[in-house]
Write a protein that binds this ligand. Structure first.
Ligand code: SF4
Ligand code: SF4
Length: 163
């Protein structure tokens, strides 16, 4: 099932963005929230983030104040030094990584600050929380580059078809 679902997934996702948008707009929020944990778990059991790292390679998380405090302490740097070296302020006024791919991503796709990583990274791709259905534009964007998001949304659509 996963193999079929994931075959050519980037192309399929691009073709089905409109369908996903319509589905997310009409979906029964409570029903989706009930279904998410199982699909989230199934997706993570079939897809290995270490084979992908598309999120770390192409987008930056926000580095919020507690993240900056925690990571700079872990790296033995002053917060100001950490900000100066790694971060910039984006158009929303948030601190994000100065360079993409993320400076903490290794060539083996491991995160060098994994245990201390920003909460955005910890929560990504939001497939087990209400952000998935509340922030539909974000979910749509994520489905275009994150195979886990794609897998979950396809599973949700599959259960709709079975009705
Ligand atoms: S884009 Fe999705 S599947 Fe890929 S590493 Fe990030 S969370 Fe994992
Ligand atoms: S901090 Fe780690 S998990 Fe977050 S984007 Fe960078 S490499 Fe990826």
């Amino acid at each position: 099932m996963a193999k079929d679902t994931l075959h050519n997934w980037e192309k399929k996702s691009a073709e089905r963005q409109k369908l996903y948008k319509q589905y997310l707009q009409k979906a029964d929020k409570n029903k989706v929230l009930k279904q998410l944990p199982d699909f989230h778990e199934e997706a993570f059991s079939k897809i290995n983030c270490l084979d992908c790292a598309n999120c770390c390679k192409n987008y930056s998380p926000r580095f919020k104040t507690p993240d900056i405090k925690r990571i700079s302490k872990h790296l033995g740097m002053r917060e100001s030094e950490f900000i100066e070296r790694y971060l910039r302020v984006d158009e929303d006024g948030d601190f994000v990584a100065k360079s993409i791919p993320c400076p903490f991503l290794g060539t083996d796709n491991y995160c060098s600050i994994y245990d201390h990583r920003p909460s955005d990274c910890h929560r990504f791709p939001h497939t087990d929380e209400d952000v998935f259905i509340k922030r539909q534009a974000l979910t749509l964007k994520n489905s275009s580059f994150c195979p886990i998001t794609y897998f979950v949304i396809e599973k949700l659509l599959e259960t709709e078809k079975r009705k």
